[in-house]
Design a protein around this ligand. Structure first.
Ligand SMILES: [Zn+2]
Length: 285
């Protein structure tokens, strides 16, 4: 074969191969995500240092993340590692037991206020609170503080708690973690309609949202009706969630890809960026 023809064949094959790679790769540059629900607790920090966590986020194109920690200072450690990418949320828990106790512990109020004076925090939460404790004086004080400092609240809570919050502070921005404790789209839609400052994150609700490669009709309708009020998150509530971070992100991307592009981008990134007022240069690669 003449020399020119060999060169031509090589070029042709290279182009053909590149085209195949291009067409077969699902998404060469994944869309950036803003994770609205991460935990970085003591056991997680013992296994993954701040640099490793940031690397995990980078590897998964998670450009920004909201992080809360028990104890609280671990979130600031992560924030110091990547201040443009981490939104630190102030936890009311010093240890796992506080998750249940805080609602009756009046000292929480003073401690939270002292922490907020440091000026690092972008919100308070995640507060675990159920219907029977919705009239807690500590909760009421925390709502007052959140309003005074103009900081959003993140609540892992029953619907009745959301009603109590909005009786006290009708316009205060809040994020209802996991779309609430009764994550039925009809009920969620009712709450989003009733309370314009309420938003939801749909962390750990992937099984409900999508099964067998399809988004269920009621969730699809919810996302299309309230495209500005929904955020995504992995929720690293345990060390194993950090180990499986890549596949949890992939799962979320899987159902996001089934939504119209414009709606998917809002859920994936824009809504959290607007809610937490954090928007570094968004890069698609
Ligand atoms: Zn959580």
């Amino acid at each position: 074969m003449p020399y020119e023809r060999i060169i031509f064949a090589v070029i042709r094959n290279t182009i053909a191969f590149s085209l195949i790679v291009l067409l077969c790769s699902p998404r060469l540059s994944a869309e950036a995500l803003f994770d609205a629900h991460l935990h970085y607790n003591e056991a997680h920090a013992a296994r993954y240092g701040p640099q490793q966590i940031i690397q995990k986020l980078t590897d998964n194109d998670v450009l920004c993340a909201v992080v809360t920690s028990t104890p609280a200072h671990l979130a600031t450690r992560l924030y110091q590692q990547a201040p443009d990418r981490i939104v630190p949320l102030l936890s009311v828990h010093r240890n796992p037991e506080d998750k249940i106790r805080w609602v009756r512990d009046a000292r929480v109020v003073e401690r939270i206020e002292a922490e907020l004076k440091k000026g690092v925090w972008h919100g308070i939460g995640e507060l675990h609170l159920f219907a029977e404790d919705r009239h807690s004086a500590v909760f009421r004080s925390l709502i007052d503080i959140a309003v005074r400092y103009d900081l959003p609240l993140v609540l892992h809570a029953d619907p009745a708690v959301i009603d109590t919050l909005y009786e006290i502070a009708p316009n205060h921005p809040s994020l209802w973690a996991h779309a609430g404790t009764f994550p039925y789209p009809d009920l969620i839609a009712d709450y989003l309609r009733r309370y314009p400052a309420l938003h939801i994150d749909v962390s750990v609700r992937d099984d409900r949202i999508a099964t067998n490669g399809e988004i269920s009709d009621d969730w699809y309708e919810l996302f299309l009706t309230y495209p500005d009020r929904v955020m995504i998150g992995v929720d690293t509530y345990s060390l194993s969630r950090w180990h499986g971070f890549d596949s949890a992100v992939e799962r979320i991307r899987g159902w996001l890809a089934l939504l119209p592009d414009e709606i998917a981008s809002r859920l994936a990134y824009d809504n959290a960026a607007a809610f937490f007022n954090k928007s570094p240069q968004r890069q698609a690669d």
